[in-house]
Ligand binder design. Structure first.
Ligand code: SAM
Length: 297
């Protein structure tokens, strides 16, 4: 961990880091920047507009906000095996790359919850442009205090979010609360690596400074999932596969359209520095990537 968890805080109160994390992500007019970047009109794909709905794949480079891009989302979705019509909660849904994939490919209905209201607004608009808006819902909220009733969802998706939350145990207790019995939990997270995260360089994609970076040890993350009432089906270290993906993307250059290369549009002008720092952290053993599939008992 790069920061000591404030374990003495009452668990019923949002952490003070939440406001800092929201400020870190929320950026003015994310939707406008994405549309400008892709040279799209605001009514592209809209009912009555000329042309077919937008292909969600076209949005992948600006909306798969995690290591492994679309490749990682596809692999996690295959491992999770969500069914058509399942209601899946996407925790920290960002600008909606993964939720559009689950709606378009698996036929899921997805409710995304994210701290950054601008991300949710962009995700909502982009889902409509892709013609799958009837399966996608987005709410502004804190993963630690979800605006959902008990046992509301058939599945839970968590991709690159826990390193922004100081209380991992509390996060999974909350996910267990909203998941129905038998629901699948699909997790793809960045955690502390074997060499420890202390030497990481900042800014990173999820934090400008160590104060809002809360990296778990892999065993602590898996322990928090199990401790909240999920049975672990499998927990895999996917660091090697992610490094292979990075090498492949580099080799293919501009052809590798599924890479999050254009995330500068969403994150800001220091994206290349942040991307470089996180890749260096993975290569140097300070960070690892973990994929976990579990079932709500
Ligand atoms: C690195 S991005 C990942 C976005 C998305 N899961 C993806 O993979 O494309 C992290 C996201 O988590 C959200 N987030 C961070 N802390 C959160 C919290 N406490 N509650 C809800 N969302 C949070 C951020 O606003 C951001 O959109």
């Amino acid at each position: 961990m790069t920061t000591v968890r404030p374990r003495n805080q009452p668990v019923s109160m949002p952490s003070p880091s939440v406001a800092a994390v929201r400020t870190h992500y929320d950026r003015a007019d994310v939707l406008g920047r994405i549309l400008d970047h892709l040279r799209l009109d605001a009514d592209a794909g809209a009912v009555g507009a000329p042309g077919p709905p937008l292909d969600p794949d076209r949005l992948a480079p600006v909306s798969e906000f995690h290591l492994g891009g679309r490749w990682a989302t596809r692999a996690l979705a295959e491992a999770a095996g969500f069914g058509s019509g399942d209601l899946v909660l996407d925790v920290g849904s960002g600008v909606g790359g993964p939720s559009r994939y689950l709606a378009a490919v698996n036929g899921c209905r997805v409710v995304g919850v994210d701290l950054a209201p601008g991300y949710g607004r962009a995700a909502f608009a982009l889902g409509r442009m892709c013609g799958i808006g009837d399966r996608l819902f987005y709410l502004a909220g804190d993963a630690g205090f979800l605006p959902l009733r008990d046992r509301a969802v058939d599945g839970v998706w968590l991709q690159h979010v826990s390193m922004n939350l100081p209380e991992t145990d509390r996060l999974f207790v909350e996910l267990a609360r909203v998941a129905r019995r038998g629901a699948t939990l699909a997790v793809h997270e960045v955690v502390a690596g074997p060499d420890g995260a202390e030497g990481l360089r900042y800014p990173l994609p999820w934090a400008a400074t160590p104060e809002t970076s809360f990296l778990d040890q892999p065993a602590a993350l898996v322990g928090a999932i199990a401790g909240a009432g999920f049975a672990i089906d499998r927990a895999e270290d996917v660091t090697g596969a992610t490094l292979a993906w990075l090498a492949d993307v580099r080799a293919r250059g501009a052809e590798a359209v599924e890479t999050p290369s254009a995330l500068e549009v969403v994150v800001g002008p220091d994206w290349p520095t942040r991307a470089r720092n996180v890749v260096r952290g993975v290569r140097d053993g300070q960070l690892q990537l973990l994929r976990v599939i579990a079932r709500r008992m």
